[in-house]
Design a protein around this ligand. Sequence first.
Ligand SMILES: Cc1ncc(COP(=O)(O)O)c(C=O)c1O
Length: 379
Amino acid sequence: MIYLDNAATSFPKPPEVIRAVIGAMEKIGANPGRAGHRLSLAAGRIVWNCREELARMLDVPNPENIVFGSNCTDALNLAIYGSVSEGDHVITTALEHNSVLRPINGMAHRGMITWTMLTPGGCGVVTAEQVKGAITSKTRLVVVNQASNVVGLAQPVEDIAKVTRRAGVTLLVDAAQSLGVLPVSPEKAGVDMVAFPGHKGLLGPFGTGALWIREGVKVRPLKEGGTGSSSESMLQPDEMPEALESGTLNMAGIAGLMVGTRYVRLRRQEIYEQERGLSDAMWEGLQNIHGVCTLTTRRPDVGVVSFNVGGFTSGEVANKLDVKYGIATRGGLHCAPAVHTHLGTLERGAVRASVGHNTTRAEVDALLKAVCEIAREAS
Ligand SMILES: Cc1ncc(COP(=O)(O)O)c(C=O)c1O
């Protein structure tokens, strides 16, 4: 099987990630931070070491400002519901994933907030000027992804951060498709929160993700409960990360995430260049196939390329690629309906091919050859 669905989750994971998960289950297996015995302390050290590793990856000073969750959706929900209040205005873009659009639109639907969805201009992304023009006296939060999971283009996060800083508005960045590939330095850039999965670009296991919150930014907990600290109090502690991290953590997953993050941190530039080279080759190759149309008129910034072939639906093409050619891609809407509405592909969707740290040029060539044959069938 040729796996080109890394935007959904990265596969295969490095063997050391798998060994770390198994090692944590086999040799430690205790609840982190819940007891004073040596196994619980060892489990707690794994969690702390992962926090430190993630802080290095994000180039932020305080690992305690990183809150573990179960995926990027979890982190985004905490950031959105935990910071928006009745009467607030929220700004986001049509490039966002449903894990951003649904909480925001849901609150608006219930009459709790108002929101503005900015559509990308000719450059394929939303500009800082557009964000500036949409800010009102009620704007509390701006949410943008650093790179789109459909078109693979990077949004100008640093320019947007300058605008939100000046306006005193909180900026939440969804780094689901960028962390581990593009540089992310939120503290320096003036970003307030970054949500990210562990199971995509950081090469960690399923069930991992986290939210980084700038020192001083207030987020209300969505869950309250046991933290292993201040147990005499029946009120949720204020200290980070416990304030936002109740219940037993996914210690084995976090053990794998620590190793995956380190693996990526030591090779980030190399991974970026390799994935960028492959997505360039894929995008350029698709331009040369008669009957194929890519969703962007410029090369993507991360390893995601979406396209359609002749009169086939995206599901038909993805199915042919799987069944006949053994190539895993993803058809449909990629949980991002607004960008498909904007591009006129809401009905048909698109085929998304996304490369990872292990993808080879031969695999990209195999995709191009298969698409060429499918396009001939369509004509
Ligand atoms: C841009 C973007 N945001 C958020 C998510 C949600 O991530 P998760 O599946 O880890 O919840 C995804 C998943 O594909 C994504 O691509």
